[in-house]
Ligand binder design. Structure first.
Ligand SMILES: C[S@@+](CC[C@H](N)C(=O)[O-])C[C@H]1O[C@@H](n2cnc3c(N)ncnc32)[C@H](O)[C@@H]1O
Length: 287
């Protein structure tokens, strides 16, 4: 059966809900009901562009007909590509990993993943998902050598394999171009009429982290300024733009020429339980 015939056959059997297949820091799942009303009129006809795709909550909720998804994290992007192009192999590999899961096997898989340059694309993707579902707080952190170094989480029985969810994600991704690149490449790739959703690492809110040299996920104040410059350039090009960030004076100042709304966000991933309350975020639009 061809890929499109297989997709059509599955879709006829039972419609499946597409959703992020990884837990991702800053994931927008719980904000969707507040973001949807802020989308531009006529969005159904626009190409959906997400330069900080992460877990892709908005993409999977929208299921656009055409999309460009990019992120600077090569392991994440390789996993998206494997799920789009060879989801059954990823599922088969992940089933094996899930059936052997224990604290001990987590560390064996982590070591193998960090050493395994010759792993197949599907096996690497399966390991990436396995580690994401079983590690501490769904974090993604690598050391200077690029090795994934998050310890095992303390879940009793984590849901590692969601087969129908992976098929649904794969079906959704058939419409997407996926690239590993920094946000500035949008200056070459975005076209007039595109809808672009920016969800960058946020400007820090806490007082201890507020000095300008602090860079969350390597994303410094300088990156925030360069991102604003890209936003301006794409505004002039005729793209429809929506951007999320924390509600702090420096962000409001950077985007003061645009429309700023606030939304109340529950924090999903935070190692400090006391900081899991609601926080105000801004949504900046040029329409
Ligand atoms: C807040 S997360 C996005 C969350 C996503 N919207 C979701 O629903 O899961 C930010 C993403 O930006 C990516 N990133 C960090 N620096 C970047 C850069 N300079 N260019 C492109 N992506 C970057 C990170 O790898 C991360 O996946």
């Amino acid at each position: 059966m061809t890929t499109s015939a297989a997709v059509a056959a599955r879709t006829q059997q039972q419609p499946r809900e597409a959703a992020p297949f990884v837990k991702w820091a800053g994931g927008k799942g719980r904000l969707l009901s507040q973001l949807r009303p802020l989308l531009p009129p006529g969005i159904a006809r626009m190409r959906h562009v997400e330069p900080f795709v992460g877990g892709g909550a908005l993409f999977f909720a929208r299921l656009p007909e055409r999309a460009l998804l990019t992120d600077i994290n090569p392991a994440l992007v390789a996993t998206y590509t494997a799920i789009r192009d060879d989801v059954q192999s990823v599922i088969d590999d992940l089933r094996g990993l899930a059936s052997r899961h224990s604290r001990e096997s987590y560390y064996v898989v982590r070591e193998h993943y960090n050493e395994g340059r010759r792993l197949s694309t599907s096996k690497r993707a399966a390991m990436f998902i396995y580690l994401n579902k079983t590690c501490f707080n769904g974090l993604h952190r690598v050391n200077r050598k690029g090795e994934f170094n998050v310890p095992v989480g303390s879940y009793k029985s984590p849901r590692i394999l969601n087969e129908s969810g992976l098929h649904a994600a794969s079906d959704a991704l058939q419409a997407a171009k996926i690239e590993c690149t920094g946000f500035e490449s949008l200056l070459e790739k975005a076209k007039p009429g595109d809808f672009v959703y920016f969800d960058p690492p946020y400007e820090p809110v806490s007082e201890t982290a507020s000095f300008t040299s602090y860079a969350r996920d390597g994303f410094s104040r300088e990156h925030q300024v360069r991102l604003r410059d890209v936003y301006r350039a794409l505004d002039r090009r005729g793209c429809k733009l929506m951007l999320s960030n924390s509600d702090v004076p420096v962000i409001r100042k950077l985007y003061r020429a645009f429309r700023i709304e606030t939304v109340a966000a529950p924090r999903a991933i935070n190692c400090n339980a006391k900081k899991r309350g609601k926080v105000s975020e801004v949504v900046v639009r040029n329409y």
